[in-house]
Design a protein around this ligand. Structure first.
Ligand SMILES: Cc1cc2nc3c(=O)[nH]c(=O)nc-3n(C[C@H](O)[C@H](O)[C@H](O)COP(=O)(O)OP(=O)(O)OC[C@H]3O[C@@H](n4cnc5c(N)ncnc54)[C@H](O)[C@@H]3O)c2cc1C
Length: 521
């Protein structure tokens, strides 16, 4: 039997491709090496029974706002997909034990900002008003294959509706650093820090060109639409997609590692599993980091020399670490009881520490003061823990994959297995400084170093949560290799999707959906 498509990897983008293709009548198999599907979107009892932790991604706003979800909403909801909406999306705590946050209710956000700067409160409202006009153009561009007539049409439409000035504004937003963008609009260091923290969710330090867009989008979309997390766990999207695939006769094979992608006469013909089984297909879609695809899975060498040379230059972003805690109670934030309602609390108090920590990580040093994204999912969705108890989701950004030393000169060791517990203590100290007594509330913990994240999901090379830096020189039509940004590869009928391809990381399902549409309409 020959499948219409075999999808290697059950990350959510591969699953999104499978949903679309099966809906179009294609005969599809998804082959996943791990026992559980989802890649970087998984939910498990990592600490104690009854405490469900999102292993990696927690915030599903990109998925909820995606063209994929808009198109397949009905079938996904039928298969159980459910979101928990968040009113108080994110906040930053500062060294003077105050905080600023973004809540869906505009008056709440603006009142907080007005407390630090009347000018910035007005600037925030003005930016939100402009966002209404800018958003359709930005999302049309981000939702189009790159390059494509769709992308060109999005730019043309922006020009027609907003004139050359509007187009220049868009170009500046796409290329500016967070600091330059924020300095141009705001005066308060606290407002700037609250927004700039989002740059570090990707790999944009305050002074990295191209880093303004994500802070702008996250702030404005959270203000305009709020945030969502998965009801019961982020894996709600994975379970629903698998239900939709299977309903249409698609197969999802778990615990099945693809050992090679088979190629004959320059075209993919199927895959061979590590147990020796062969599956034939008309198309092979790899939801796998391209360095693994062309390093391990495609054996053919000579014809692909130029492509491989391009891929060799595709850089990873910095590493991340996850600290999962089962807690007796939510953190008791010094900055205010209200902080317990927020989905994310950023501990990244100023741009100076963000710039410093990025430089330390880039130099291979364990940062003295990393940025912490303290996720409080049970503040929104209490069902993820036994009654009255909580889980804490702490993402530590940004970290070196290969350790050359400790910027604080305290932790010895150059291997993440050796240093991860000591570094987790540094992380806990940082949270304790803002939420005293946290350690006494801990019932269980699980730490995933960058190396553990790669063990969990081989696409996260060196713990790179983006599967490839998003810096300008390898994003848009340059991702992952200039000339090969539309998912095809030099091997005919072998396609890539996943975070390493445009539009990159995050839970937006983008590349899987764009590729599937280009194949099946
Ligand atoms: C710690 C962390 C936190 C994050 N938080 C957020 C967040 O809150 N919100 C957000 O929007 N994004 C977040 N992200 C980013 C987002 O989760 C990822 O960009 C996205 O999920 C990647 O999806 P993907 O489909 O590209 O593939 P992946 O999730 O990388 O999945 C690929 C799959 O392929 C499988 N595979 C690889 N090789 C083979 C093989 N040879 N044979 C068979 N299977 C194979 C892997 O096991 C894996 O299951 C986070 C990422 C990390 C790491």
């Amino acid at each position: 039997m020959t499948y219409d498509a075999i999808i290697v990897g059950a990350g959510h983008k591969g699953l999104a491709a499978a949903v679309h293709l099966t809906q179009k009548g294609w005969r599809v198999a998804v082959v996943e090496e791990k026992a559980a599907p989802g890649g970087a979107v998984k939910t498990r009892e990592l600490t104690l029974p009854g405490f469900r932790h999102d292993v990696a991604a927690m915030n599903l706003s990109m998925f909820a706002g995606s063209p994929f979800f808009q198109m397949h909403k009905e079938v996904l909801l039928k298969h159980g997909l459910a979101f928990a909406p968040v009113e108080d999306a994110f906040a930053s705590v500062f060294r003077d034990e105050t905080y600023l946050g973004v809540s869906k209710t505009l008056e709440t956000t603006v009142a907080g900002i007005a407390g630090v700067s009347a000018h910035d409160a007005e600037a925030w409202k003005a930016m939100l008003a402009r966002f209404g006009a800018e958003a359709p153009h930005i999302f049309a561009l981000l939702g189009a294959a790159m390059p494509s007539w769709g992308a060109a049409a999005a730019v043309w439409k922006a020009f027609r509706q907003r004139g050359a000035g509007g187009l220049y504004d868009l170009l500046k937003l796409l290329t500016a650093s967070p600091r330059d963008f924020l300095d141009a609009h705001f005066e308060s260091d606290k407002v700037k820090a609250m927004m700039a923290a989002w740059g570090l969710h990707l790999d944009f330090a305050p002074d990295t060109a191209g880093g303004a867009l994500f802070p702008y989008l996250e702030c404005m979309t959270n203000q305009a639409f709020g945030m969502v997390i998965g009801l019961g766990g982020a894996d709600t999207i994975v379970k629903a997609m698998i239900g939709a695939i299977q309903e249409k006769g698609g197969e999802v094979l778990l615990g099945a590692r693809v050992a090679s992608i088979d190629v004959a006469n320059g075209a993919a013909t199927g895959v061979t599993l590590s147990n020796g089984d062969k599956l034939e297909a008309k198309h092979v879609i790899a939801n796998v980091h391209p360095k693994l695809v062309f390093g391990d899975l495609v054996k053919e060498q000579a014809a692909l020399r130029d492509y491989r040379a391009g891929l060799a230059k595709f850089r990873a972003g910095p590493g991340a670490m996850m600290l999962h805690l089962a807690l007796d109670d939510l953190p008791r934030w010094r900055a205010g009881e209200a902080l317990r309602r927020f989905a994310y609390v950023h501990i990244a108090p100023d741009l100076a520490m963000m710039a410093r920590l990025y430089a330390e990580a880039a130099a291979g040093l364990l940062p003295v003061e990393p940025m912490l994204v303290v996720g409080q999912p049970t503040a929104i969705d209490p069902r993820r823990a036994p009654e009255g108890k909580h889980v804490l989701w702490v993402q530590v950004r940004v970290l070196p994959a290969a350790i050359r030393g400790d910027a604080a000169g305290e932790i010895a060791g150059s291997n993440w297995d050796e240093v991860k517990d000591a570094y987790a203590e540094r992380v806990l100290d940082l949270i304790e400084a803002h939420a005293p007594g946290l350690r006494r509330q801990i019932l269980g913990r699980a730490v995933f170093s960058p190396l553990d994240l790669e063990r969990e999901n081989p696409n996260l090379i060196g713990g790179d949560s983006l599967s490839g830096s998003h810096h300008l020189d390898q994003n848009f039509f340059l991702r992952p290799v200039p000339g090969w940004s539309r998912y095809a590869t030099p091997v005919r009928r072998l396609y890539l999707c996943g975070a390493s391809t445009w539009p990159g990381g995050g839970t937006g399902a983008g590349s899987g959906f764009l590729l599937a549409k280009s194949l099946a309409g």
